[in-house]
Design a protein around this ligand. Structure first.
Ligand SMILES: [Zn+2]
Ligand SMILES: [Zn+2]
Length: 315
């Protein structure tokens, strides 16, 4: 099969098809999308080499399985189901896990991929694949509400109106709270406004503007300091950014202001699929451009441009 290989540089190569073992099934990838994590991986994040990519819609092609012939999305963590963390409901933190396209598991920027059956969710009939490919990042947005109680009466700032920020903003909008999304890039602010979201340029924020919860999804090292600077004492800081090169932060501010910090990563797929199929979250305006798979190297360059939001790949 054809696959995008990262081994210090990116190129399409001919490689053997993946072979499913145990409860894994073979999935033909139909559509995928480029995530910030993919852009970090090619900067050295996780030391990953091989086939990147973890956001996809595909068709199960292994014969004779319950999901054979169905269009599916897939959870990216492949846990051992046997260790202490797996047995205490924290399988996304299993120390023995592999992670699709991120850690010891070949990803979806290829003709085929394998995943365990239990990772897969068939997409509802009324949901088109171009929207369904947003399930994984939307699940990461929903995760915030699984982790902490954000009261609708609270003021919330979201830093970053990129791929994840626009999804997180839509989920906060549903909760009814007084949220404001900030980005230094006017193209992204205007995109958020076009989507009916509350958005302002970062430059409009004054030092006295504060919120009870600040969400950093800037994808930049500076994001955490910005979010901390605009949080009320005893407020909650939600960190969504993973970066190849971590930044020094002033931990004293956390102690002095008694901040609660929630690191937040992968989330639940079912509610994300519900939001998409009920059209409560609309990801389509976020699609900046769709590339064919043979142009995927160019798609990575395009995805890294500051004004690009989401890049999709047709396989
Ligand atoms: Zn992702
Ligand atoms: Zn485990």
């Amino acid at each position: 099969m054809k696959a995008l290989i990262f081994d210090g540089s990116l190129q399409i190569k001919e490689v053997p098809d993946p072979q499913p073992v145990g409860r894994e099934v073979l999935i033909k990838v139909l559509i995928s999308s480029v995530c910030n994590t993919d852009l970090e991986i090619i900067q050295g994040y996780m030391g990953f080499t091989g086939i990147p990519g973890h956001e996809f819609v595909g068709e199960v092609v292994t014969p004779g399985r319950p999901l054979t012939g169905r269009l599916v999305v897939g959870e990216i963590n492949c846990p051992c189901n046997n260790c202490y963390l797996c047995k205490t409901g924290r399988s996304t933190h299993c120390p023995n896990r592999s992670v699709l396209g991120i850690y010891q598991h070949a990803g979806v920027f290829a003709d085929f991929v394998v995943l365990p059956e239990e990772n897969l969710h068939p997409i509802p009939e009324n949901l088109d694949p171009q929207s369904a490919v947003f399930t994984e990042p939307l699940a990461a947005a929903v995760e915030i509400f699984d982790q902490l109680r954000v009261r609708p009466s609270e003021k919330v700032f979201i830093f970053g109106a990129g791929k994840l920020g626009l999804l997180i903003s839509q989920v906060f909008r549903l909760n009814g709270c007084d949220y404001q999304t900030y980005d230094p890039n006017l193209v992204k602010v205007n995109k958020a406004l076009e989507m009916g979201l509350n958005a302002l340029p970062l430059s409009s924020l004054t030092p006295s503007d504060k919120a009870e919860a600040c969400v950093d999804c800037t994808g930049k090292a500076i994001g955490i300091s910005t979010a901390m600077a605009h949080l009320y004492p005893r407020g909650c800081l939600v960190l969504k950014t993973t970066i190849a090169k971590p930044e020094n932060i002033d931990l004293n501010q956390i102690v002095i202001n008694e901040f609660t910090i929630a690191g937040s990563r992968c989330g639940p797929f079912k509610p994300a699929l519900n939001l998409l199929s009920q059209k409560l979250v609309n990801p389509n305006p976020m699609i900046t451009r769709i590339f064919k798979f043979h142009d995927i190297v160019e798609a990575f360059d395009y995805a890294a441009k500051p004004e690009t939001i989401k890049v999709l790949i047709e396989h």
